[in-house]
Design a binder for this molecule. Structure first.
Ligand code: NAP
Length: 242
């Protein structure tokens, strides 16, 4: 199959391209660095021309109040190009529980991205993943000072990016789900516990202070970012760390 991977140079996109090529597909990465811009529309028609499937793995440059506009404009442009090109399957990567955290701009933005896709005319698949293990360093940096890292006890089910990429590639090569598939890591931690495990592994002596008001994940209520019934990936956090 011919598969256009938009955002195909990013953390997930680059691995999805490799997996699809290894499975015998003709997968082509597109992004700003290859001259394709989902916001201005530059190069989009050419990128999706002839593609059976479009996989959109672009990401907003910020997680703040600008992120809904990024996903609105990028999806408007991509869906228009895909319709014009006669694309038969459009895949996006979203977040488990994204519609349950409307207090967060970025989660609202991802829910909007899902709505735009589902409301269109192109057969589609939405893969929702839990937080990437690769994302932990950024999460720790948001609320760290020289001696402490403040984190809420939010339940998190981290997944390795390679497992996400494998799942996205499998969905992209299959029949459109016209729905959502949840994928998640094999273990559930609280975020403060995950912070302690991560710092200890790095030999970082800072103390993790449990603080229900600290950082972006403080806005999350209950265990909406986890899903015991998701397709569970194999990689455990301790194995990924080492
Ligand atoms: N972080 C998490 O835990 C998590 C969990 C679930 C789902 N997700 C979703 O996973 C998806 C992929 O994330 P990622 O970490 O792989 O992202 P990433 O590494 O930041 O890669 C983003 C990609 O988007 C491209 N891009 C950005 N702006 C663009 C534009 N205006 N036009 C064309 N291409 C553009 C980048 O290309 P250039 O480098 O060339 O600009 C890059 O290829 C995101 O949609 C995110 O919401 C993330």
């Amino acid at each position: 199959m011919q598969i256009a991977v938009i955002g195909g140079t990013g953390l997930i996109g680059s691995q999805v391209v490799k997996n699809l090529i290894a499975a015998g597909h003709e997968a082509v990465p597109h992004s700003q660095s290859t001259g394709v811009d989902v916001i201005t529309g530059q190069g989009l028609d050419e990128a999706v021309a002839g593609a059976d499937v479009v996989v959109n793995l672009t990401n907003s440059p910020t997680f703040d109040e600008a992120s809904p506009a990024f996903f609105q404009t990028s999806m408007d442009n991509l869906l228009a190009a895909a319709r014009k090109g006669g694309v038969g399957h459009f895949v996006i990567l979203s977040i488990v529980g994204t519609d349950q955290v409307p207090e967060l701009d970025y989660y609202r933005a991802k829910a909007l991205q899902e709505t735009l896709l589902a409301a269109g005319t192109i057969p589609y698949s939405i893969v929702r993943a839990t937080q990437f293990m690769e994302f932990m360093d950024a999460v720790l940096s948001w609320t760290a000072d020289d001696s402490t890292v403040r984190l809420p006890a939010t339940p998190i089910q981290p997944i390795a990016s390679k497992d996400v990429a494998a799942a996205v590639a499998e969905v992209a090569a299959g029949a459109p789900l016209n729905g959502i598939r949840n994928i998640a890591g094999p273990e559930i931690f609280t975020l403060d516990e995950l912070g302690r495990i991560t710092l200890s592994h790095k030999g970082d002596n800072r103390t993790v202070v449990t603080d229900p008001t600290a950082g972006m994940f403080a806005a999350v209520k209950g265990d909406v970012l986890t899903d015991k019934n998701a397709h569970l990936a194999a990689t455990r956090y301790a194995d990924w760390l080492s």
